[in-house]
Design a protein around this ligand. Sequence first.
Ligand SMILES: [Zn+2]
Length: 151
Amino acid sequence: MIKEIITSHRRLSHVCEDAIEYGNIKKISRNLLKTAKFHADTETGCVGLAANQIGYLSRIIVVKTMSKVNDPWTIMINPEYILKFGGFKSDVEECLSHPGIKTKIHRYKKIRIRYKVESDHGPLITTIDTFKNFEARIIQHETDHLNGILI
Ligand SMILES: [Zn+2]
């Protein structure tokens, strides 16, 4: 289901909790992906979304991962940094929860993160990945959302 994007800074300022319950994770992930894809096809050109932007205080993000050829969107459950490295880059960011605002932000160029992904059956699978440049920027932006931080 495509959900409404939350723009209230008060509601977006809470720190999200780890996603644990499987049924919830499935529902949130599905709604997050549908909502992100819907906005990706509009002039906003959405490339990532955090669960609290659609009303769930749960540590789940979806990121457009252009480097993964077979699946351009990755759902990351309980993402955690292992390493941030490669120096910084400053670039302009926008946010669906902050319409019309463009802000220049310093981000690490590279990150290594651990996150869980859904499997077709049974438990979640822990994945470790390294991302760089634009994808690393998106993930840092979305992870900030989970910690109640807006651009
Ligand atoms: Zn945002």
